[in-house]
Design a protein around this ligand. Structure first.
Ligand code: ADP
Ligand code: MG
Length: 238
């Protein structure tokens, strides 16, 4: 569970075609990184997959089923927003429980999933605090915890570490990679940071002006960038 396919997906905002026809398959369990400069369409693509934005044409498939018109809550995907999207007036426990409450998950099952997510993210001692009483890294873990408890088919991250300082970013990068190792759930991770892309990805999708310049493993892109744009982005010596 967690294969995502895009077939000739396009997106227009008014007269502007932000995503020209785009084909891409993300395999079940893959850690796929979308990388590219600001404004190239990374967030738009992620929002189309999540269903937060309607595609203009094409098909989005999830595990072989056409999900193009499926509402976001029914796609089985969890978007991880930056930590400032937490509810400041709610405890960590309530923040994490919130999506389960919305989905009508029974109380005892909620407690089990919170317990398990808190253990995985080292938040067990912080469940009764409010977000304002946590460090930036802890807040980001709560945002991830809120996604984990939905037991999604895939996690969608949009530059989750961009408002953390450099040292913290390295630690969180490792934590997210470890989480992927443990859960083996599909993750799509958007970043404009090539180090994140190179160190975290099974597969990197290099985007430029809404189209895919190249797809490959970090090593493939490093060894054989298709052009100077990709080489520049990946930091390879071509
Ligand atoms: P990235 O995340 O790679 O920085 P975005 O996906 O946010 O890029 O934006 C891609 C392009 O689409 C940009 O030119 C942006 O201005 C445009 N865009 C994004 N959202 C909207 C919108 N709601 N209405 C109009 N244009 C938009
Ligand atoms: Mg963006």
């Amino acid at each position: 569970m967690g294969q995502i396919t895009l077939e000739k997906v396009t997106k227009r905002f008014g007269d502007v075609e932000v995503i020209p026809p785009l084909d891409l398959t993300i395999e079940d369990g893959e850690f796929c990184v979308f990388v590219g400069p600001s404004g190239c369409g990374k967030s738009t693509l992620l929002r189309l997959i999540a269903g937060l934005e309607d595609i203009t044409s094409g098909v989005i498939g999830i595990d072989g089923n056409d999900a193009s018109r499926t509402p976001p809550a029914k796609r089985g995907l969890a978007m991880v927003f930056q930590s400032y999207a937490l509810y400041p007036h709610m405890s960590v426990r309530k923040n994490i429980a919130f999506p389960m409450k919305m989905a009508g998950v029974p109380q005892d099952e909620q407690a089990r999933r919170i317990d398990s997510a808190a253990k995985a993210l080292n938040l067990t001692d912080y469940l009764d605090r409010r977000p304002g009483q946590l460090s930036g890294g802890q807040r980001q873990r709560v945002a991830i915890g809120r996604a984990i408890v939905r037991e999604p088919a895939a996690f969608l991250f949009d530059e989750p570490l961009s408002n953390l300082d450099a040292a913290l970013r390295v630690g969180m990068r490792l934590e997210i990679s470890e989480l992927h190792e443990r859960l083996k759930t599909t993750m799509i991770y958007v970043t404009h940071d090539q180090v994140e892309a190179m160190t975290m990805a099974d597969k990197i999708v290099v985007l430029r002006a809404g189209h895919i310049e190249q797809v490959g493993t970090p090593l493939e892109l490093y060894r054989a960038p298709r052009n100077l744009f990709v080489a520049g982005f990946i930091g390879s010596p071509k």
